[in-house]
Design a protein around this ligand. Sequence first.
Ligand code: HEC
Length: 128
Amino acid sequence: MKKRGLLALAAAVVAASAGSPAFAEGDPARGEKVFRKCKACHTVAQGAKHKVGPNLYGVIGRRAGAAEGYRRYSKGLKTAGFAWDAELLDRYLTSPRKMIEGGRMVFPGLKKARDRADVIAYLMRAAK
Ligand code: HEC
C-alpha cells in the first residue's frame, strides 16, 4: 500500500477508536490469552511460518488476503479490497464467514466485544 493510504488509514483508525472506547481499552496482555484460540492456525511473529491460516504479524494496516507466501486464501478474502483496521477486524472476528463470503477461516467467532478488543490490541502490540 502507498504511504498516503497508510496515513489515511491510521487517521481513520484513530477516528474510529475515538468514538468507540472498546478498541482504545483493549488489553494486549489479556488478548494474548484470547489468542490461544487462534494459535492452532495462526502465528504472529515476524518471519514466522504460516500454519493453516496466515502469519498475522503486521496484519493491521495490511491489505486483506495479502500475507506474503500464504497461498490458501479464499477468493472472498483475496478480493475483499480493503486493508485491515481495528473496526474491520472487530467485524471479522465477530463472525468471519458472515463477513467474507466463502471464507476459509473455520472459526465461529468471538462473541464477547471485550475478547475482540483485547485480541486486536494484542495483534497491534505484536507487530511493534
Ligand atoms: C481453524 C483455523 C483458524 C482459527 C482457529 C483462526 N483462524 Fe484466522 N484464519 C484462518 C484461515 C484459514 C484464514 C484465511 C481465510 C480465508 O482465506 O478466507 C484466516 C484468516 C484470518 C485473518 C485475515 C488475514 C489476512 O491476511 O487477511 C485474520 C485477521 C485472522 N484470521 C485472525 C484470527 C484470530 C484473531 C483468531 C482467533 C480469535 C483466528 N483467526 C482463528 C484460520 C483460522
